[in-house]
Design a protein around this ligand. Structure first.
Ligand SMILES: Nc1nc2c(c(=O)[nH]1)N[C@H]1C(S)=C(S)[C@@H](COP(=O)(O)OP(=O)(O)OC[C@H]3O[C@@H](n4cnc5c(N)ncnc54)[C@H](O)[C@@H]3O)O[C@H]1N2
Ligand code: MOO
Ligand code: MG
Length: 422
């Protein structure tokens, strides 16, 4: 008789994994190397931004008091005493009824408290001197960006664990971070198991299939922020698998295998864990696909035994492996971002297990809709190419109908509101 496996609820399985202590490491890299990585420390403002009070428009810097009585009936004239472009610094202080022609980004001369745009004035020349004619009152601060209005020196700007994106790159450069402390990418070893597996460039043979899991998992590892290390395919031979896992786990932060975790004659992973004295956290989860996902600890490191079935393997990774990678990258939110969408098809059969339907999201008339990305079976690979989300259909007696609101987990969405300081 086969050993009966007791399924764990999904939340309990995730909790078990997340309670295991695993530390991320940091390293310092050049700003040119840090894009798309994760901050390894909080980023503080190293100066005020803007650095100095500057013009936000091309125009004339002036004293408000001089324009107080200006109107179309009573235009005022200001004498242009200097002309400045960005990067230049005023050499003259502005006196009564004087102005400086100033371009966007230029430091505002002392004594000026507003800018009037070039388009709003008329320039006249008298005795070889330039004057501007103003026909309206100017408001305080018009077209001026004040020193420190965005950030003050010492402010906490970005939290450790924030993903570096184009905006973060701009902020890092603004504060002079030519070197950036980032999280070291966790090294994730990948074995695929199965005597039926062919390499991608091998000719097709009777009864065999091409290995696709290693490419899929490597891409998922990269999407999660880790560094995949493909270690090859293993035949369904116990000693070969045991020795390979034993040797490989030493050189990586965690190891993923696909295949061989179910109850078949050649499903050897349970025996591999036994032979190596691995501590198995669980080998059955109340979900579909991915019910056979097995997670164990070996020498303090995670060993993820994902299913051989591509869709099951895909979902198992996103639910159980991704959060561990995110934790090692110091991310505040380790789980997939969730949203709510309107189901666009019926699921008339109730299922005791919670289902994660590989799905595609789209907008129609301002509503977020979700459609299965293809055939909804655990052994399917095709639908994965169209998948951008997982629609969650909770297990139980309930069936689901077109129009129902369901939770969707976003696969390509990093989320930002959780990691940016507000
Ligand atoms: N009697 C039972 N049979 C099965 C059960 C069960 O509970 N009782 N569970 C089913 C479920 S659910 C799943 S999921 C699969 C899990 O299978 P394994 O993890 O043991 O994986 P394999 O048997 O090695 O392979 C399954 C399937 O996937 C293909 N495969 C394997 N590796 C790759 C790869 N690298 N690239 C592409 N495809 C791969 C393999 O050829 C098989 O077709 O078990 C059910 N059975
Ligand atoms: O682990 Mo299986 O995916 O439930 O089909
Ligand atoms: Mg099997």
């Amino acid at each position: 008789m086969l050993e009966k496996r007791t399924p764990l609820q999904i939340n309990q399985a995730i909790k078990k994994i997340m309670e295991h202590t695993i530390e991320g490491k940091t390293e310092v890299v050049s700003i040119t190397e840090c894009d798309q990585r994760y901050l390894g420390e909080d980023i503080l403002a190293t100066n005020d931004v803007p650095l100095f009070t500057r013009a936000a428009f091309d125009g004339y810097a002036l004293r408000l008091i001089d324009t107080a009585d200006a109107s179309s009936n009573q235009p005022i004239e200001l004498k242009v005493v200097e002309e400045l472009g960005a990067g230049m610094v005023a050499t003259k202080e502005i006196g009564p009824f004087e102005t400086t022609r100033i371009m966007t980004g230029t430091m505002v001369p002392k004594g000026c408290d507003a800018i009037i745009m070039l388009e709003a004035v008329k320039v006249v020349e008298k005795n070889g001197e330039k004057y501007i004619v103003i026909k309206r009152k100017v408001k305080e601060g018009d077209h001026i960006s004040y020193r420190g209005e965005e950030a003050k020196n010492g402010d906490m700007i970005l939290k450790k664990g924030t993903k570096i994106n184009p905006g973060v790159m701009a902020v890092l450069a603004t504060f002079g971070y030519s070197k950036v402390r980032v999280a070291v990418k966790p090294k994730i070893g990948i074995f695929v198991t199965g005597s039926e597996l062919l390499d991608v460039d091998e000719p097709i043979q009777n009864g065999k299939i091409r290995n696709s899991n290693s490419f899929m998992i490597a891409s998922q590892v990269r999407r999660a922020g880790g560094e995949p290390i493909y270690l090859g395919k293993l035949p369904d031979v116990l000693d070969t698998c045991t020795n390979a896992v034993d040797a490989a786990i030493k050189d990586v932060d965690m190891l993923i295998t696909t295949g061989g975790v179910s109850v078949g004659d050649y499903d050897l992973m349970p025996e591999v864990y036994k032979a190596l004295n691995g501590e198995v956290f669980f080998n059955k989860v109340a979900m579909r696909p991915g019910s056979v996902t097995t997670v164990a600890i070996l020498n303090g490191k995670f060993l993820f035994g994902l299913s051989g079935n591509p869709s099951a393997s895909y979902v198992g990774f996103e639910l159980f492996t991704r959060p561990v990678i995110k934790k090692m990258l110091f991310c505040e939110n380790t789980h997939l971002r969730a949203s709510v969408a309107q189901l666009n098809v019926d699921f008339p059969k109730a299922n005791p297990l919670t289902r994660f339907v590989r799905s595609k999201l789209y907008f129609e008339n301002g509503k977020l809709l979700v459609d299965p990305a293809g055939l909804d079976k655990s052994n399917v690979v095709m639908s994965l190419a169209h998948t951008d989300s997982l629609a969650v259909l909770p297990g139980g007696k309930r069936c689901f109908q077109k129009g129902d609101q369901v939770q969707v987990l976003l696969l390509d969405d990093e989320g930002s509101s959780d990691t940016m300081s507000r």
